[in-house]
Design a protein around this ligand. Structure first.
Ligand code: NDP
Length: 299
């Protein structure tokens, strides 16, 4: 069995291949071609989560096992760590264990790039990022591949982290409100459990990629921000795991894969929120891509 650690994943995985792979996975998911229950989440300590994310997709089956330990940031460790186990679907043979840290980072940003490509205005120029961590950086990288942003704005709660991010990513530090007002695309990528984005700052035509706040009692957006079209990665997951959707009692317009696959129309004109929770099929498809690049043939 192959073991692929993070440095090997880094050598083999590129956004250019990952973004179209995520688009295919989302289309297949929403067309019913993936077997995937909503993940099981347990709490090993008061502040941490452990999730088990299984799926069967195409020629592979497997699961991502992921831990979320927000306090790791103070220890200089990643807050999200994972392993992905990959099996051959035809025989049930385990074929690889793939490190899931960088895959989680990149597949999440790649999915937001897919959403941005289909849901954001074509002439989008201004990107506002709320958050300064791993996902914030990956999102700037990935979203720059689908739109030409000439103004990237950033807000975060820790001034030192904002400065570092701004220098690294060529972004302009601002208050959350100033960053969001007039932005074409907004990304929320914080560990906040209470709203950090107000609907009153948004105008019609803006796309919000809402990526943090995983959990029924957590949200990054206030109810007013959820008043427009709400697109989710998975309806079943959103109804169980998204406080942004549940607490605002928002109506879900479509799954992203339904719009990509032509099953539902692209919402236009209004504020659009893409609520991302993260799906096992995204992890499996990414691990498969890495596996194929490593061995030179399909599983
Ligand atoms: P990081 O730990 O790298 O970064 C977390 C960021 O959130 C930091 O900028 C941190 O600020 C900020 N933050 C934490 N708590 C608060 C708060 N109460 N108010 C405002 N800002 C806060 O995590 P990631 O970048 O990997 O993840 C970001 C979010 O995205 C998390 O909620 C995570 O669970 C979620 N996520 C979602 C995925 C999906 O598929 N939808 C996949 C992976 C992650 P500071 O540096 O000042 O502490």
């Amino acid at each position: 069995m192959l073991i692929l650690d993070e440095s090997r994943v880094r050598q083999l995985l590129r956004f250019e291949a990952l973004i179209p792979a995520m688009e295919r996975a989302l289309v297949d998911f929403s067309a019913g071609r993936v077997i995937q229950p909503v993940r099981t989440v347990i709490a090993p300590t008061a502040d941490a989560l452990f999730a088990i994310m299984p799926a069967v997709y195409g020629d592979v089956l497997g699961a991502k096992l992921v831990t979320v330990y927000p306090d790791n940031a103070r220890l200089g460790l990643p807050t999200h760590l994972a392993s992905i186990l990959l099996f051959r679907v035809s025989t049930g043979e385990p074929i690889a264990v793939v490190d899931g840290r960088l895959i989680t980072e990149m597949r999440t940003a790649a999915v937001s790039a897919v959403a941005t490509n289909i849901l954001a205005r074509r002439d989008a120029r201004i990107l506002a990022v709320l958050g300064t961590g791993v996902q914030a950086r990956a999102h700037v990288q990935a979203l720059r591949l689908v739109r030409r942003f000439d103004d990237v704005r950033v807000w975060g709660r820790t001034p030192d982290h904002v400065r570092l991010f701004a220098n690294e990513m060529n972004a302009r530090p601002m208050s959350a409100e100033d960053a969001v007002r007039g932005a074409d695309v907004v990304v929320t990528v914080t560990g906040a459990g209470e709203p950090i984005l107000r609907g009153s700052w948004l105008t019609d035509g803006t796309l919000v990629n809402a990526v943090g706040a995983v959990g029924a009692a957590r949200r990054e957006l206030d109810a007013d921000a959820m008043r427009g079209a709400v697109v989710v990665d998975s309806r079943a997951a959103a109804m169980r795991e998204s406080g942004d959707v549940l607490l605002a009692q928002a109506t879900i317009s479509a799954e992203l894969g339904e719009i990509l696959g032509g099953l539902r129309p692209r919402p236009g004109g209004r504020i659009t929120v893409f609520k991302s929770l993260g799906l096992a099929v995204e992890d499996l498809a990414t691990a498969r891509l890495v596996y194929e690049a490593a061995v030179g043939h399909a599983p």
